[in-house]
Design a protein around this ligand. Sequence first.
Ligand SMILES: *[C@@H]1O[C@H](CO)[C@@H](O)[C@H](O)[C@H]1NC(C)=O
Ligand SMILES: *[C@@H]1O[C@H](CO)[C@@H](O)[C@H](O)[C@H]1NC(C)=O
Ligand SMILES: *[C@@H]1O[C@H](CO)[C@@H](O)[C@H](O)[C@H]1NC(C)=O
Ligand SMILES: *[C@@H]1O[C@H](CO)[C@@H](O)[C@H](O)[C@H]1NC(C)=O
Length: 400
Amino acid sequence: MDSDCGRKGRQLSPELGGGGDYHYHHLNPNQRHLFFNHHLLKVVVMCAMVTLTSFMLYQASESPFQILRRSIYSSFSFSSHAYHSVCNSSSRNYNEELCLIRVLEKSAMADKTVIITALNEAWIEPDSIFDLFLESFKIGNQTNFLIKHLLVVTLDQKAFRHCQVVLKLNCYFLKTEGVNFSVEAHFMTQDYLKMMWRRMDFLRYVLELGYNFVFTDADIMWFRNPFPHFYSDTNFQISCDRFWGNPIDLDNSPNGGFNYVKSTNQTIAFYKFWYESRELYPGIHDQDVLNMIKHSPVIKEIGLEIKFLDTAYFGGFCQPKELDSVCTMHANCCAGLDNKIHDIKILLDDWRYYLSLPEDVRKNRPPSWSVPQSCGPASFGQHTPRKKNVDARKILGNFL
Ligand SMILES: *[C@@H]1O[C@H](CO)[C@@H](O)[C@H](O)[C@H]1NC(C)=O
Ligand SMILES: *[C@@H]1O[C@H](CO)[C@@H](O)[C@H](O)[C@H]1NC(C)=O
Ligand SMILES: *[C@@H]1O[C@H](CO)[C@@H](O)[C@H](O)[C@H]1NC(C)=O
Ligand SMILES: *[C@@H]1O[C@H](CO)[C@@H](O)[C@H](O)[C@H]1NC(C)=O
């Protein structure tokens, strides 16, 4: 499926005249406007047609992962290859693929849904964001049980050991060739982007294995069970930095740090499309690529309706709402890891204080957040950088 869409697209884009308008008549006036103004979009359409065609061909046969899964199931007996054996990297039974299948089985809810987050060495220090993340599940309202459905994807050996031995969570070691993830990879560097796209590919693999997931960055605090607040009529929903009131309005600004994706043919195709679009937009990360492709008619052709989650339930520092409704709070719109940790601690204190209030006070005179303090515009210094640089010091583990 590695098409050369990107290269072709870049060569073609300046010359694109009247061609490539195949999808024009399917677009509403708003989209038509975009169509005329973004040459790149035309390239996306062309690329997408290639992608879609290959997707159709791809769908016709069994995927490599389906074959892999079948062969794994037929060649190993279940009991002798339990999690502790196939996922122990010092054991000779260690097997990356089997380990993923075992850890998915172990962490999934009855409906095959897992909560996925990531961890690297820089995040296992005491008082790290990851500790605060786990703390939120413990102090959240009926969120503690969700920890057993959490699958921690670790990026280096040390984080993997820590996850298994100290935290005793469901852990998986995701290797990436040629990148040392135990050191900090700074935002938008080559290694950072490599890791971002590795994550995209990994999540697609999880979908192909038949599992639904909620992906959450570890700088998102979980205070209430989000599942009752997800939309039931879409297979792909994503949180927003800013939500403008309409869940299907593509002008909402998505935040890739939190999404809920159900395993269907559509979402698998969409993840492939998203992944392949990276070649068309080199040097930008998955969230920005999503912003480029979200208007693409390909998504309609795939049959996917993207829905955007309301910041009232899935909030963050960019657009803080009420404590009364919030399920998750993201330390977004924040530059600097120290600022982030500082404000997340206050966020947890706000929540504890809120819970300590008598019910009538909570209902009638609810307090509001006292964050952002170190985060928000203040964290960006005098010169407000372009949005792309918002999390300029964010380390890689935060994103995967
Ligand atoms: C999804 O694709 C598989 C083949 O890859 C096919 O057997 C199945 O019917 C498809 N499901 C739907 C709902 O289209
Ligand atoms: C992993 O395997 C090694 C070697 O067999 C063993 O010594 C160690 O205790 C195992 N670790 C865990 C966490 O099971
Ligand atoms: C916590 O959950 C229970 C049960 O769903 C609910 O009755 C209660 O109001 C919740 N409390 C808060 C602070 O949300
Ligand atoms: C990765 O970086 C860490 C910290 O600098 C170092 O200890 C480790 O040996 C490196 N691993 C590899 C495989 O290069």
